[in-house]
Design a protein around this ligand. Structure first.
Ligand SMILES: Cc1cc2nc3c(=O)[nH]c(=O)nc-3n(C[C@H](O)[C@H](O)[C@H](O)COP(=O)(O)OP(=O)(O)OC[C@H]3O[C@@H](n4cnc5c(N)ncnc54)[C@H](O)[C@@H]3O)c2cc1C
Length: 197
């Protein structure tokens, strides 16, 4: 693993790529061509790049999906408030069991995500082997995020589909989580590998 300075000859940063969501976080391709990096820019021992990456990715996943947990808590609070105040057919929509159960499932998803994040973080701090735990945490939280974002869209009805409420933007942002930092499929591959499959 090498540290590459931004102005190193041979490093090209491509134009920002258009994407579905997360538009305040620019994404582009990096090209490395005929580039020379000083030996002093080696990070960790030579040949240990994968271990350094593994160390970093575990923390990236825990930190970035802790932010996701906060987003899910905010989304849940918005849905509870909306279900209490939006009235249809002479009552609040939260009085319809199909709506309230959807919100109950959101609460379970949020709490499950928090428990996985905290439990895995404690194991990482204790220096335990967390390959399976981090993969499971990433899968649980990212999939809970997508599911609860879609649930919120349904609860907000037509208002959720309008750009002004932020609910559709929330869906577009949430859907990236099962792709970046290792897709759900790759996380399940890792869990299966730990199980000897
Ligand atoms: C918002 C965003 C931010 C990103 N940020 C970064 C970043 O900072 N740095 C960086 O390096 N990359 C970043 N990426 C890239 C991201 O890591 C990749 O998109 C992701 O790892 C999937 O790789 P891919 O797009 O090549 O898909 P592919 O590898 O082509 O996969 C396509 C599909 O096939 C499945 N698949 C592929 N291989 C297997 C397999 N062996 N077993 C089972 N299923 C498989 C995948 O799970 C997926 O469903 C980012 C992507 C997004 C969307």
């Amino acid at each position: 693993m090498f540290l590459v300075e931004r102005d190193t000859p041979g490093l090209t940063v491509g134009p920002a790529l258009g994407k579905m969501g997360l538009r305040t976080s620019p994404l582009s391709e990096l090209t490395f061509e005929g580039m020379r990096v000083p030996a002093a820019h080696l990070v960790g021992p030579a040949g240990a790049g994968l271990m350094v990456l593994d160390h970093v990715m575990k923390r990236e996943i825990l930190f970035s999906f802790s932010i996701t947990l906060g987003e899910m808590e905010h989304r849940l609070a918005r849905c509870v408030e909306y279900a209490r105040t939006r009235r249809q057919f002479g009552r609040s929509i939260g009085e319809f069991q199909s709506v309230s159960h959807r919100i109950a499932d959101m609460r379970i998803a949020v709490d499950t995500s928090r428990k996985w994040l905290h439990d895995t973080a404690e194991k990482v701090l204790a220096g335990k082997d967390t390959t399976l735990d981090v993969a499971a945490t990433k899968t649980v939280v990212s999939e809970a995020n997508s599911a609860t974002a879609l649930a919120a869209l349904q609860i907000f009805g037509g208002n959720g589909y309008l750009t002004g409420t932020g609910v559709e933007q929330d869906v577009r942002n949430a859907l990236a989580g099962t792709v970046y930092s290792g897709t759900s499929e790759i996380q399940r591959n890792r869990i299966a590998a730990v199980l000897g499959l």
